[in-house]
Ligand binder design. Sequence first.
Ligand SMILES: *Cc1c(COP(=O)(O)O)cnc(C)c1O
Length: 307
Amino acid sequence: MQTVIQYIGTEQGCPLYMKREDLIPYSFGGNKARKALLFFEEIDRGDYDTVVTYGSSHSNHCRVVANMAAARGMQCMIIGPQEVCDETYNSRMMALFGAEIRTVPVQEVHDTIEQTLADLRAAGRKPYFIEGGGHGNIGTEAYVQCYREIAEYERSTGEHFDLIFFASGTGTTHAGLVCGQMIGGDAPRLIGISIARKNPRGRNVVRESIDSYFAANGFSFSDAEIEKSLCFLDDYICAGYGTEDDAVSSVIRYVMKQYGIPLDSTYTGKAFRGMLSYLEENGIHGQKILFIHTGGTPLFFDDLNKI
Ligand SMILES: *Cc1c(COP(=O)(O)O)cnc(C)c1O
């Protein structure tokens, strides 16, 4: 997977580039597509007939997984929280792909997943479970590869990005980028904008994914090195996960009008707005900036009548 890096314009006196993960050519792309492509490589090597995963009706991850399962004629079962099950473009696509969706109260999700997997196995089925959001070392690996693409772009063009911004949620996108940066021996320059979690929890979740990836792949970096490489900012969460915010809405309208690029209010709009605030608050000028557009295009359409 190789996504384009494009120069989009100057913001706060900084030349701004964007890595278009939203243009991964599968099911509206996004970081969940990059992760799912790797999960399905493993699924295709094994003997599975059902994919089970977790996510709400807004989930980009569930849409992509349901699409890949349908293309293989595999059954896809999605366990979702009752609290977030309103109809969205993603949930309509999950239905289009024939995914079986079970919603339960959020505190019953864990047990329901275990029970579903046990029932499937008892019935002679061969389920493969993907954690919500494509969490786990495979998801992290997808973003180690993404970082490598950025480094290769820099080598081949002679450009160098001083700072790299992106939305940080369940942690594997962020963790993979940090692992890629450290493996490549590059100086710290990644800034993850939290879209929901506060510190220290948000940061710790990313840290756990980093530790797990390094342990599984035989790397041993010191605690201090990892801490230095891990920047997780919780200053731009606004009112929390999935909530609307005037500053974010106005950034979404601006980026669509100015650059013709859709952002959404849950992830990329929040991260883009956080990036602009960070540059301004820290008086950063003339530095070359890369924003990683992590996708979520169907959410842009959900947002369209709210922003
Ligand atoms: C899930 C998601 C994120 C966050 O990715 P994590 O790996 O969970 O941190 C960012 N942007 C979009 C559009 C997403 O769907």
